[in-house]
Design a protein around this ligand. Structure first.
Ligand SMILES: NC(=O)c1ccc[n+]([C@@H]2O[C@H](COP(=O)([O-])OP(=O)(O)OC[C@H]3O[C@@H](n4cnc5c(N)ncnc54)[C@H](OP(=O)(O)O)[C@@H]3O)[C@@H](O)[C@H]2O)c1
Length: 345
């Protein structure tokens, strides 16, 4: 009798928008069937956690029945241990034999914190954000997943915006050369913004109602570009606007190219890449879309060919849609699967 292959054992720390998207993605998309969530740690009670798994305003109802038994989330015959622990050092990762923690709180961003999860018995940790410079690697799946090594312990999946822009810049750099650029991310609201004006510790703009204004906020995207593509370091200025929608964002790029081109040639480049080597990660469309059309789209970027413009041969304006939650959750799972298969765990 053939035995089913052992699945990699994942724990989610921080069950907010990204943590929930990660779990849901595992149940609706068979691509990550080698991964299994065995525990979720969240600073909320299990009934609320169950409810927020079952119903989701952004992505709809969970595709299968969700219940709990007082200590575990029960999904499709799977028992997922529910934990409510602030301090990573108290998490039972050793007892649960956790191969990888997906660190999705947004609270912990440095190697020292990540090592507290390892001290609790997890074998590896993947950050849902750029994290500090001390991580073993920062991976944009489809660009540098080949840099992952079995010996890596603490890795970052970069940001959703970095995952969107890097495949685009890589294509443009290889085909035309990039002199410099300016980007604006038009990003849906996030949970670090209040519904109505409220206090925020560090950023005055984040005191303002998410549902009533377009709100410019700081971004580290220029650093993300420089980290992934050192040849472009210092060549990009990046802006970021939060807008009153609940999901899906738009990357707006203005780039000075080294070699001249026109809009039709740029669109051909992206259309062919989307149908070829970057299929599944990069999309291309000429349909008349609005952002909601890309809700629950797993691709890192979908270039909107109707918006491509080239001014006097070298100044390119390009727009790309991305589901900031769903695409990123899927990229985390991509990185996790590649990494754990490599490590043989
Ligand atoms: N949302 C996106 O589009 C997106 C895309 C890519 C990357 N990211 C990154 O992913 C991270 C999380 O973002 P998010 O949008 O998912 O935020 P979120 O919805 O606020 O989720 C974070 C969750 O972590 C919980 N948490 C905080 N401290 C914790 C602790 N010590 N132990 C366990 N749980 C804890 C929070 O609980 P409380 O609410 O009770 O504090 C919250 O439910 C951020 O770094 C963000 O930049 C987000």
């Amino acid at each position: 009798m053939s035995r089913l292959p052992k699945k990699h054992r994942i724990a989610i720390n921080g069950y907010g928008r990204i943590g929930q998207s990660v779990l849901r993605a595992l149940y609706v998309d068979p691509r990550h069937s080698e991964l299994q969530v065995v525990a979720i740690n969240e600073l909320s009670d299990l009934d609320t956690l169950t409810y927020l798994t079952r119903y989701d305003t952004t992505h709809g109802r969970f595709p299968v029945a969700v219940a709990n038994d007082g200590s575990h989330l029960l999904i499709n015959g799977d028992r997922i241990r529910a934990l409510n622990e602030q301090d990573p050092e108290n998490l039972p990762w050793k007892e649960l034999d956790v191969d990888l923690v997906l660190e999705c709180t947004g609270t912990f961003t440095d190697r020292a914190t990540a090592e507290r999860h390892l001290a609790s018995g997890a074998r590896r940790l993947l950050f849902s954000q750029p994290a500090d410079a001390e991580v073993d690697a920062t991976i944009v799946h489809g660009f540098n997943s080949g840099d992952l090594q079995p010996g890596h312990r603490i890795v970052s999946s970069a940001s959703c915006t970095t995952n969107c822009i890097v495949p685009i810049l890589d294509l443009l750099e290889r085909h035309y050369g990039i002199e410099n650029g300016v980007t604006t991310t038009i990003h849906s609201a996030m949970n670090d913004q209040p519904v109505i004006d409220s206090y925020h510790h560090t950023d005055l703009r984040l005191t303002r109602s998410a549902m009533h204004s377009m709100v410019p906020v700081d971004t580290g995207l220029h650093q993300g570009i420089g980290k992934m593509m050192p040849a472009l370091s210092g060549r990009f200025e990046c802006l970021h606007l939060r807008v009153p929608t609940i999901n899906v964002s738009l990357m707006d790029l203005a780039i000075n190219l080294r070699r001249p081109t026109d809009a039709a040639s740029v669109n051909t480049l992206f259309r062919e890449a989307a149908a070829g080597p970057l299929q599944g990660l990069l999309g291309y469309t000429e349909e008349p879309h609005a952002s909601v059309d890309f809700n629950t789209d797993p691709r890192s970027a979908i270039v909107d060919g109707t918006q491509t413009r080239v001014s006097v041969g070298r100044l390119l304006k390009l727009m790309a849609w991305f589901d900031n939650e769903w695409s990123y959750a899927n990229r985390m799972l991509d990185v996790a699967q590649v990494w754990l298969n490599l490590a043989g765990e």
